[in-house]
Design a protein around this ligand. Structure first.
Ligand SMILES: [Zn+2]
Length: 313
């Protein structure tokens, strides 16, 4: 149906944000503002203008504030204002188009990086296989990778004989994926549960309600099952001044800023205990083996990370 002339020349739309008034980790309401600004000013405006987009989001963000807060109770940091579901859908479908994602990925993709990514996936496969051996009774490891993207980790799991499933909300990633068992929603994989392992690589920092989602996902894991969480490490980041700050706490995309401490507390609150994964070597370089071994022996005094393994109690 064609709209009347008056409605076609509508006033420019401004994005709608909702406010998160309680901590995304512990639920507390004692929040302190670490930094704040507007989307159309300063470093944030500049970085958004430099990013590749489908539809340019800048006109819709005019005058809108962002506010990065921390919980006084547990230390969790996060963005107070997040896009409402309708605008978030627009972000996925119109702003972050497949073409825009490809331009960004191309800018960071190198052969070395791809090789490194695959060796890291293999080390996870080896660790998960060993850590779940006692709870599988001879069955193949059943893994769910939530926020699996194109399914690179899943295809690696599958090559090792795992029964692997993925969930990703981005249709573009499911359609251009390298693996065929990727679904749109958690509801689509319930009949494949229970899983022996659940992985979330670079996912928690994107979620509106990470705690509630993890309750739902955790229920699909067997008791004693393994949870692998990886997020950017936002230790010491309180404001957005540099490109690196922006990549870690992008106010439209990386709306939750985890540190080793808050990530560990988050999982513990959900009924998981930290475990030390076994050491795994995927390298032809003996020096790297020595380095991995030293790292593992020194782990109690090493800098903590946001790449953590847990077991469901
Ligand atoms: Zn908290």
């Amino acid at each position: 149906m064609e709209l009347p002339q008056a409605q076609q020349t509508s006033v420019p739309q401004i994005a709608v944000f909702i406010e998160r008034c309680t901590c995304i980790n512990c639920g507390g309401d004692n929040l302190i503002e670490l930094s704040a600004g507007r989307f159309d000013e300063g470093a944030v405006q500049r970085f958004i203008a430099e990013d590749p987009w489908g539809e340019n989001p800048a006109p819709f963000l005019k005058g809108k504030p962002w506010s990065y807060v921390a919980c006084q109770n547990c230390g969790q940091a996060f963005h107070r204002y997040i896009l409402d579901p309708e605008w978030n859908e627009r972000r996925f479908s119109k702003w972050m188009t497949q073409e825009a994602i490809e331009v960004f990925e191309k800018s960071i993709k190198t052969p070395e990086r791809e090789f490194q990514k695959a060796t890291v996936f293999t080390t996870h496969v080896l660790k998960i296989e060993q850590l779940t051996r006692a709870i599988r009774g001879g069955q193949a490891p059943r893994v769910l990778d939530f926020g699996c993207g194109y399914g690179g980790f899943l295809s690696m799991c599958s090559m090792y004989g795992f029964e692997a499933y993925g969930v990703d909300r981005a249709a573009a990633k499911r359609d251009h994926g390298v693996y065929d068992k990727i679904f749109a929603e958690i509801g689509d994989v319930i009949d494949k549960a229970p899983f022996h392992a659940l992985t979330l690589f670079e996912v928690l920092e994107h979620l509106d309600e990470p705690y509630n989602l993890m309750v739902e996902l955790g229920a699909l894991l067997v008791t004693g099952g393994i949870l692998v969480l990886e997020t950017p490490n936002c230790t010491g980041i309180h404001s957005i001044k540099t490109q690196s700050d922006y990549r870690k706490i992008h106010p439209l995309d990386h709306i939750n800023g985890f540190t080793p401490k808050t990530l560990k507390c988050f999982a513990q609150r959900l009924g998981f205990e930290p475990v030390s994964p076994p050491i795994s070597y995927v390298t032809c370089n003996p020096k790297k083996i020595v380095k991995s071994l030293a790292k593992s022996l020194l782990s109690p005094v090493m800098k903590p990370t946001t790449q953590l393994y847990f077991r469901k109690l």
